[in-house]
Design a protein around this ligand. Structure first.
Ligand code: VGL
Ligand code: ZN
Length: 193
């Protein structure tokens, strides 16, 4: 059992309409993690942990879009319904919302990239980081890898993430990579009563 502490950071990655079924870049079954994610958020909230929600928040001419040389369909375009948080996601009043990928010429898969997140965690004395959300093989992976680079003790909750899987084993490989870098892959039952 792992008990959340005020010095823990919980990063809820990109649980937005476009990454869920019906969205333009839907992660298969992406919405199925939301119940367990919500329970984890409420636990972290009770403990006074630092809760961060990242949002993919692209201009309509973002370089990751096919029309602009990238590999993705347009997704999470600023101020459009697809960029909204999934309606079932629990938004804590104490949560901090961070937008990323907001410049046309820069990609930002990691929640630490261009958001000031490391400074926020430093100011709050965070030393452990827990990562949940979408997508395992892109933004979850890069967020966890950055957390490890910044030397946080880093946990990814395997049943609270879901991957795009352009190749069928991409998510598995991403979790393996995180473990190889010193991260811990855990199950939600280690966090929840
Ligand atoms: C993501 C692809 C493109 C993600 C964001 O949130 O994992 N994936 N942009
Ligand atoms: Zn994106």
């Amino acid at each position: 059992m792992i008990d959340f502490q005020p010095t823990d950071g919980l990063i809820v990655v990109d649980i937005q309409r476009d990454f869920c079924p019906g969205g333009t870049l839907a992660v298969p079954q992406g919405d199925e993690i939301i119940d367990v994610v919500n329970r984890i958020i409420k636990k972290a909230e009770e403990a006074g942990s630092v809760i961060v929600y990242t949002r993919d928040w692209h201009p309509e001419n973002h370089l990751s879009f096919k029309a602009y040389g990238g590999i993705w369909p347009p997704h999470c375009v600023q101020w459009t319904p697809g960029a909204e948080f999934h309606p079932q996601l629990y938004l804590s009043e104490k949560g901090i919302i961070l937008d990323k990928g907001t410049h046309p010429e820069f990609e930002a898969y990691s929640g630490f990239q261009g958001t000031g997140l490391h400074q926020i965690f430093k100011d709050r004395g965070v030393n452990r980081v827990f990562v949940v959300g979408l997508a395992t093989d892109y933004c979850v992976k890069e967020t966890a890898v950055d957390a490890l680079r910044y030397r946080y003790e880093t946990f990814v909750v395997a049943d609270a993430v879901k991957g795009v899987n352009v190749n069928p084993d991409d998510s598995q490989k991403a979790l393996q990579h995180i473990e190889d870098m010193g991260g811990k892959v855990i199950l939600s039952q280690e966090l929840l009563p």
